[in-house]
Structures are given as structure tokens and as C-alpha cells.
Write a protein that binds this ligand. Structure first.
Ligand code: AMP
Length: 515
């Protein structure tokens, strides 16, 4: 049987191919037939290049429906899609191209000069362009090709995509995802999140990342659901489209920015079925405010490039809780069907409930390894085949998973473990605190101590010393940060994750400036 993921997704298209599949914020409509034919033309162009199966097709382009068609075409032609954040500059791009050795690079016309030079130098054979207005050489070339295409035969384990990890801690690694990884996760989530006929997805996420490209798009295609396609996240536009949507997926920053809009209210959301959040932790405060303002309880889920989705708060009422839906703020929910999850110590032994340990997982969704990094891959799997996520977490008696931080963020102070998430939670509950991030800094006596970066709520005036004093009343002394700095904004990457490495650099800078 042909395990090509495109065929799985294609089965979800509605019988009426003239129905609207995508409506863009630029006023364009694409039918299901347009998706089928547009991706066929691009796939035929790729086929015409006569590349060996499994060639990498890199996309360093802005979000557009055609960029999504390029992804589908890559699947259809049996190659490997390599999405890259269009914000990457030459040093970053050079690394990805050198590492992945794509046969084709698609970039924006405005970047063609430097991208093509860099790509040709590293052996790429074709560099073509695509902008977000359907301009560029890619579509011109595809226009000469037939709009009929038969998906190339793929085995379940064949590669479909390489996603470079966001590298908030170290050098980015290419997570190799197979057709089976992607198909199994997509089919399971369609059921778990209760997709129904008539669902309309408001799509405002970037599509160079697992969340917007796979989780959002796969489910909508599999369900034959219309997408309201926003080329970027703009709170006002989201508010305007909410009444026509039933589903929204966002990173926590989307939710805080929407809450800052005076126009957000329950009436606008009355037709919505589900709000999903992930990619970074949602503050309990945001979760509660969203409930108060909209009447909806956000469903938080957890996943990563290497594993796709791992856990989710429940969508439906769960019999374990007397029929009540139990989405818990601050928790990422339960392991998803098919996912085995354990909280373990360094020896791989499962820990008792509530004990903090390494989150380790197994399942059909877990990637095959890092591209051309067999040693790294071997290091991140246990002897009994569990992937070590690098996240630290706990399990409670009801089965809820909580994430307390990345293992690399762990602070070891005087030999004792300090989990930044615990300190951040305590800080966030203090009056006037909007958000916080705690990182470790070297200390001559304790080895390491915490430093807290804190944002104030609008209008609140905070005193760093008073915040630390308040923490002393609540936490064991060794956990209380030794330094507290007020900031106007936390550094975040494109998916809303706080970049603790940037905060650590700022601290180093402060240290060297004061020397
Ligand atoms: P990425 O591979 O870029 O998607 O990043 C994956 C990482 O994002 C995970 O290993 C977690 O550290 C973090 N992450 C994703 N979802 C959540 C969540 N709901 N809460 C906390 N952290 C999350």
C-alpha cells in the first residue's frame, strides 16, 4: 500500500471539490480542486527535475497558500519538505543548507541574491522564488506542467519532512519525520479534538513550524474543513473572523494579545467550538481570563518537533470526572492515545507521582532521529527506546502532566534542584506581576543561583526587592532568586517561547559591564 501522506490527507477532501477550502485575508478563495491541481502542477515540476527520491526541498518563504501547496507537492513527489523561518539570516540559512543539502531552495524574490549565492556555493541545484502574492519563478515554472499527478509510492517509514528544532538552547538539529509519524498523529488528533463536519479553522500561525504546518493544516485537510487563512497574526483580524470560525489554534502570546483587545467578548466567540493553545506554557492567569471574557476554556496541549503532539487536555467530558470536561490551567493534560509517557530519573526508572523528572515518550508519532547526527540521536533515546524530550515534568494521581521546565533550564543551587517554573508560578501570583522568567547565573558559593526577570501588569509599579521578600515567605530559601530585574518585554522566538539563552546573555553582559 502507498503510505504517501498526501493520499491520507486527500481522503478527507469533500466530495464537492468546488467547495471553498481556503479563504484568505487578501480576499482570495481556493477550492479543494485548486488545492488538488495546484499541488499537482508543483509536483510535476519537481518530478521534471529528476531528483532522487527523498531529496530535500527547502522553503525559506513567507506564509502563503502556495507555500502550503509546495509542501503538499513535495509529499506527492516523494521528497522531503524542509520549512525554514523566513526571518533566518545568512549565517543561520548557511548552516541549514549545509546540513540538509537541499536539491531545491525556494526563497522570496527579494532574498534571491544572497540566498542563491549561498545555496549554489553549497551544492544546491535549483533556487527558485515565491512571494506571498503568487509572484516568483516557482509558479511560472509549475504553470507549464499538467494538473494531474499520481502520488509517488512511499513506505510508512520514508521521510516526509525535516524540522529544525528551534534551538533555544543549542545548535539546531533536524528532526526527521516520516509519512507514518505525521499521518498517525493527524488522524488521532482529528478524533481526539472532536472535529466535526462544518468545522472552520481560523489559521493565523506561521507555517514553518509543527504547530501551524502539521497540526493545524493536516487536521483541516483531513476533515475537509474550510480554513480562514491569515497571512500573519493580527488581533483585530482574528476578532473580525471569530464569528465565522469554530476552531482556533494559537501560541499563548496570541491569547494574551487577543485579551488586550477591548472588543473580545463572549458574543464574538459564541460560534466557536474549541480554542487550542500550545508551543509554550500558557499562564494560568491567561487561561482564567480567557474563561471569564469568552466563556470558553482553552485546551492546552504539549508537543515538539521531534514527536508532534504528545499530551492534551481532554476535549470531551471524561467519565473519570463524572462527565465534566476537565481542562486544567497550568497542565498539558493526558498522554494522547498511542503515546506512552513516563516521568523518569536519569537511569530511566519511572518516578512516583508528583516527583519531578525527565519526560520520556514512545509512540508512532516519535521521529526517527536527527538528520545526519547519529550520536546525538543515540544520546536522546534511552536503552529501552524512549525519547528523552528534554522537558522536566510531573504526573498527578489523575494522570495530568505538568511541565516544570527544560532540563537545561534547571538551576542547581548549593547542590539542590530549583525548577524555574515553580519560582515563576509563585512570582506570577504576586500582585502587579504580569509574567516572569527565571534563569540560573553563576555564584561563587552556591555554584548557581536564580535571577528573576519580571514584567509588571499595566499600571502596576513593582519593587524588585519587595518581590524577592514576598517569595521568601512562600518558598524554601534556596529557591528564592538572588537577583530580580524588571523588564518591559521578555525575549521570545517566533513561536512565543521565552528565549532563556537571550536572558542568560543579558545577565552575562550585566556581569561584564559591572566588572
Ligand atoms: P518545538 O520543537 O519548537 O515545537 O518546541 C518544543 C518545546 O516547546 C517542548 O519541548 C516544550 O519545552 C515546549 N512546549 C510545547 N508546548 C508546550 C506547552 N503547552 N507548555 C509548555 N511547554 C511547551
Amino acid at each position: 500500500m502507498n503510505a504517501n501522506l498526501y493520499l491520507t490527507l486527500r481522503q478527507g477532501f469533500p466530495a464537492n471539490l468546488d467547495a471553498i477550502a481556503i479563504e484568505t485575508d487578501q480576499g482570495l478563495c481556493y477550492s479543494w480542486r485548486d488545492i488538488e491541481r495546484g499541488s499537482a502542477m508543483l509536483a510535476n515540476w519537481l518530478d521534471s527535475l529528476d531528483l532522487p527520491a527523498g531529496s530535500r526541498i527547502a522553503a525559506h518563504i513567507d506564509k502563503s497558500v502556495e507555500a502550503m501547496l509546495l509542501y503538499l507537492a513535495t509529499l506527492r513527489s516523494g521528497h522531503v519538505f524542509l520549512p525554514l523561518n523566513p526571518a533566518y539570516q545568512s549565517a543561520e540559512l548557511s548552516y541549514f543548507i549545509g546540513n540538509a543539502e537541499p536539491a531545491v531552495v525556494v526563497c522570496t524574490p527579494s532574498n534571491f541574491g544572497w540566498v542563491s549565492k549561498l545555496a549554489f556555493q553549497q551544492g544546491t541545484r535549483y533556487v527558485v522564488t515565491l512571494d506571498d502574492q503568487r509572484g516568483g519563478s516557482l509558479l511560472e515554472r509549475a504553470a507549464h506542467h499538467s494538473d494531474q499527478h499520481t502520488a509517488v509510492a512511499r513506505r510508512p517509514e520514508d521521510l516526509a519532512a525535516i524540522l529544525y528544532t528551534s534551538g533555544t538552547t543549542g545548535r539546531s538539529k533536524g528532526a526527521m519525520l516520516s509519512h507514518a509519524n505525521l499521518a498517525s498523529n493527524a488522524l488521532m488528533l482529528k478524533d481526539y479534538w472532536g472535529w466535526v463536519p462544518g468545522d472552520v479553522l481560523l489559521h493565523a500561525l506561521p507555517i514553518f513550524h509543527v504547530h501551524g504546518l502539521f497540526i493545524a493544516i493536516h487536521a483541516a485537510l483531513l476533515n475537509g474543513s474550510t480554513m480562514l487563512w491569515h497571512s500573519k497574526f493580527e488581533p483585530q483580524r482574528v476578532l473580525a473572523d471569530l464569528p465565522r470560525a469554530t476552531l482556533f489554534m494559537g501560541v499563548p502570546t496570541f491569547y494574551t494579545r487577543l485579551l488586550a483587545q477591548p472588543g473580545l467578548n463572549a458574543q464574538l466567540c459564541s460560534g466557536m467550538r474549541l480554542f487550542i493553545s500550545g508551543s509554550a506554557p500558557m499562564l494560568v492567569d491567561t487561561f482564567s481570563q480567557w474563561q471569564d471574557r469568552t466563556g470558553h476554556t482553552v485546551l492546552e496541549r504539549y508537543g515538539m518537533s521531534e514527536t508532534l503532539m504528545l499530551t492534551s487536555n481532554p476535549y470531551t467530558a471524561d467519565e473519570r470526572f463524572q462527565g465534566q470536561s476537565q481542562r486544567v490551567g497550568g497542565s498539558v493534560g493526558f498522554p494522547l492515545p498511542g503515546v506512552t509517557l513516563r516521568i523518569a530519573n536519569a537511569q530511566g526508572q519511572a518516578l512516583a507521582l508528583h516527583e519531578v523528572g525527565s519526560i520520556q515518550v514512545k509512540g508512532p508519532n516519535v521521529f526517527g532521529g536527527y538528520w545526519r547526527m547519529p550520536e546525538k540521536t543515540a544520546q536522546e533515546f534511552t536503552a529501552d527506546g524512549f525519547f528523552i524530550t528534554g522537558d522536566m515534568g510531573t504526573l498527578d494521581e489523575r494522570g495530568y502532566v505538568r511541565i516544570v521546565g527544560r532540563d537545561k533550564d534547571l538551576i542547581i543551587s548549593g547542590g539542590l534542584n530549583v525548577y524555574p517554573a515553580e519560582i515563576e508560578d509563585a512570582l506570577n501570583q504576586l500582585p502587579g506581576v504580569l509574567e516572569s522568567a527565571v534563569v540560573g547565573m553563576p555564584h561563587p558559593d552556591f555554584g548557581e543561583v536564580g535571577c528573576a526577570f519580571v514584567l509588571a501588569k499595566p499600571g502596576a509599579v513593582l519593587d524588585p526587592a519587595a518581590l524577592l521578600l514576598a517569595l521568601k515567605g512562600q518558598l524554601a530559601g534556596f529557591k528564592v532568586p538572588k537577583l530580580c530585574k524588571l523588564l518591559d518585554e521578555l525575549p521570545r522566538n517566533a513561536m512565543g517561547k521565552v528565549q532563556k539563552n537571550v536572558l542568560r546573555q543579558q545577565l552575562q553582559q550585566l556581569g561584564s559591564d559591572s566588572n
